[in-house]
Design a protein around this ligand. Structure first.
Ligand SMILES: NC(=O)c1ccc[n+]([C@@H]2O[C@H](COP(=O)([O-])OP(=O)(O)OC[C@H]3O[C@@H](n4cnc5c(N)ncnc54)[C@H](OP(=O)(O)O)[C@@H]3O)[C@@H](O)[C@H]2O)c1
Length: 207
């Protein structure tokens, strides 16, 4: 239904904060709106959508998230669309970044440096564009063989391989069936004789 999807995207929702406010105030207001919308008193995870224009602004936003965590209002804090490891180092001098949510796909070389930083520092790396961004992975002949051997779909194998690389892949499906399949990825066991094929796919990703 592309028409309805485009129509929905064209609706301008009001900002959940006043852009004239300071960054700290914007986050306080946005956070309160999220609690109200989600009918809850705390959030499991609260991520800055992207770095701000300057490092100082990003640090101000990060300190606002730290304050929310200190107050017990959020459990995990992190940042999305952060592709520069030096930024993660700068934030972590204030408090360790606990989650990163980034594009994980072939066009950005699978975000190798940030992914590696996250693995080394026990940071949860959440991926998006995992399926849509990498059609050549999704249709890789060896990946298709792995899917056949494990009796699952190529999409499930991509998510499984992401998990094996220490990634939490986010599913962007709009389909109940696909979501059910995605939830079962945790339980998929690739047969032991698939190890060589797994190596081929890993090599395709990381080179
Ligand atoms: N932080 C950010 O800046 C940011 C940016 C973008 C996205 N996100 C979030 O990341 C999450 C993932 O979104 P994405 O678009 O990047 O997801 P994705 O995994 O790259 O792609 C989902 C697409 O793949 C299709 N698909 C086919 N088989 C599927 C299966 N088994 N499971 C899931 N999808 C399947 C879906 O179609 P069907 O609907 O037909 O299943 C949908 O078109 C979402 O929650 C999104 O909000 C965050």
């Amino acid at each position: 239904m592309p028409f309805f999807r485009d129509f929905a995207l064209s609706i301008q929702l009001p900002l959940p904060y006043n852009p004239a406010d300071s960054i700290t105030e914007q986050i306080a207001s946005s956070f309160q709106n999220s609690l109200t919308n989600l009918k809850t008193t705390y959030l499991d995870s609260y991520l800055l959508h992207s770095p701000c224009r300057t490092l100082e602004q990003t640090l101000e936003a990060w300190r606002a998230l730290i304050a929310l965590q200190n107050e017990g209002k959020v459990r995990m804090i992190g940042i999305c669309n952060a592709y520069d490891v030096s930024l993660l180092h700068a934030l972590s001098r204030e408090r360790q970044v606990q989650a990163v949510q980034n594009r994980w796909y072939e066009e950005n070389d699978w975000d190798a440096s940030v992914h590696s930083y996250c693995r080394a520092n026990d940071v949860m790396y959440q991926s998006f564009w995992t399926l849509t961004g990498s059609p050549s992975l999704l249709t890789h002949p060896t990946l298709l063989e792995l899917a056949a051997a494990a009796a699952c779909t190529p999409a499930q194998v991509v998510y499984k391989i992401a998990q094996l690389e220490g990634i939490v892949p986010l599913s962007g499906t709009t389909s109940t069936l696909h979501m059910q399949q995605d939830i079962t990825v945790n339980e998929i066991e690739l047969p032991a004789e698939s190890n060589a094929k797994l190596g081929v796919v890993r090599n395709f990703i990381w080179g």
